[in-house]
Design a protein around this ligand. Structure first.
Ligand code: G3H
Ligand code: ZN
Length: 280
């Protein structure tokens, strides 16, 4: 069913588990995310980013499809608007039934980020929608990698207290859109922030983080783990192979279906890796 992410993240936080938060830009991605979570028998955060909305020319079509998938799912699925910088888009997501939004004011001066985040929280909480914010910009959003940025633990705590957010994205060494899994995460900083901050922490740019480090980050107190690029790589890799293998292929379903299957399998594997069990 469509779910509120707050109890899911709260339970995971106290058990020191991670929750997979994965992005969909296509309907088949959303289908793969939900079937992967169902196979893992664990909750999912299904994310649609402001960038994906720009690509489609609007939020409504993909959002309504994703919501229908969430409602029909056999596991709890939170529907989350990712990296919204446009407050009007946040309001549209609330009206469309999203259970969670990320307002990303990390490019703004901290004071302004705090002020706008507080307004977003007021609106979203009035509609029972959860809010994630970001303090300390996680780089790579426009192709420029900036893994050097760090969130200060005391400032992070103050930001949460002053804004009332439900989850906080922090800069601890990752950067968005990394094609190889070789990011160096500052694990001590993760533990220091987790100790001071009263809400679940969110790792962005997790595609750059290898399996072992993902587990270490979660063990230090990271809760929501956002992955997009790595899953795109899995999906597109299969499409590329199928097209190369058969130059006569015309029906899109013939190359999209195996890509969707491969993505679902990787989602299942990642959720299991982040969860309580020992991965095979
Ligand atoms: O908000 C989305 C994530 O931070 C995804 O980042 O594409 O580097 O995995 P990624
Ligand atoms: Zn992100």
């Amino acid at each position: 069913p469509l779910a509120d992410p707050r109890p899911i993240l709260a339970a995971a936080r106290s058990a020191r588990h991670g929750v997979g938060a994965f992005n969909a830009t296509l309907l088949e991605h959303a289908e793969a995310l939900v079937s992967g979570a169902e196979a893992a028998r664990a909750p999912l955060v299904l994310q649609i980013s402001e960038n994906a909305v720009r690509y489609h020319g609007g939020l409504r079509p993909l959002a309504l499809a994703a919501r229908a998938l969430a409602e029909a799912a056999t596991v709890p699925v939170a529907l989350h608007l990712d990296h919204a910088e446009d407050v009007a888009l946040v309001r549209e997501a609330v009206d469309l039934g999203f259970t969670s939004v990320m307002y990303d004011g990390s490019r703004l001066p901290d004071d302004e980020n705090r002020a706008v985040t507080r307004q977003v929280v007021a609106h979203c909480h009035a509609h029972d929608v959860a809010v994630e914010a970001e303090l300390g910009e996680v780089g790579g959003k426009d192709g420029v990698h900036a893994p050097g940025v760090r969130t200060d633990p005391a400032e992070a705590r103050r930001f949460c207290e002053e804004t009332g957010v439900d989850a906080l994205a922090v800069a601890v060494g990752t950067s968005h859109a990394m094609a190889s899994r070789d990011a160096v995460v500052d694990l001590d900083l993760v533990a220091a922030i987790a100790e001071l901050v009263p809400v679940p922490l969110v790792l962005h740019g997790s595609s750059g983080v290898d399996d072992e480090t993902l587990r270490a980050v979660v063990a230090r107190g990271m809760t929501k783990v956002n992955i997009a690029t790595h899953l795109n790589k899995v999906f597109t890799g299969v499409v590329r192979d199928r097209l190369a293998a058969d130059p006569k292929l015309l029906d899109a379903r013939k190359y999209v279906a195996p890509a969707r299957d491969a993505m679902a399998k990787e989602v299942e594997r990642l959720i299991t890796l982040l969860g309580p069990g020992t991965p095979e």
